[in-house]
Design a protein around this ligand. Sequence first.
Ligand SMILES: C[S@@+](CC[C@H](N)C(=O)[O-])C[C@H]1O[C@@H](n2cnc3c(N)ncnc32)[C@H](O)[C@@H]1O
Length: 192
Amino acid sequence: MKKPNIYSPHLEIAKKYWENFLNKRDIAIDATTGNGHDSLFLATILSKLGRLYCIDIQKKAIDSTTILLKKKLTKKEFQNISIIHTSHEDLQKIVEDEVNLIVYNLGYLPTSDKKIITKAKSTINSIKSALAILAKKAAISIMSYVGHAEGEKEYIAIRDFLKTLDRKQYSVICHTWLNREKAPIFFWIEKI
Ligand SMILES: C[S@@+](CC[C@H](N)C(=O)[O-])C[C@H]1O[C@@H](n2cnc3c(N)ncnc32)[C@H](O)[C@@H]1O
């Protein structure tokens, strides 16, 4: 299947990491599935061999993701995807598998209610839960937006939490754009 063609420089960086890291038979979670664009990209990497969980707290997001994935994927590819309407706070209860990649694209849906937004406390709970279900070869990808007050608070909480991770167990990388004001910040946490 042809990859979707939506260009955002920060998301392109994240996608390069996902493509380099994920194998076809891996298990991945999109912890903020939104309109399903990131999920679709992950699904094309996994093809019909891997497994993908798509999670969102918003019913509208669940519906949009279902419509997009059904439209763009084959029946066989769609069969290996679970789309779950819930908060990503307790991933351990939602997903029983050990997971290779967990993806967060934080903030709010641009075309939707901006009050439904990821928040520092629940995001940190979710990241802690994500760390507990990682497979031996695994990573967490986080795109954090600092252009609004809630996002700035969330970014600081994530950054401070990630600094506490044991460097013998995890490699923690942080990317940003030095010539873009309030540019999104990308974290990549990889198990060593
Ligand atoms: C920037 S959007 C995600 C964009 C999406 N990945 C895409 O490709 O369209 C952020 C999403 O996080 C969701 N969200 C907010 N709080 C959440 C939570 N506690 N658990 C799961 N999803 C949440 C929002 O409903 C929103 O759809």
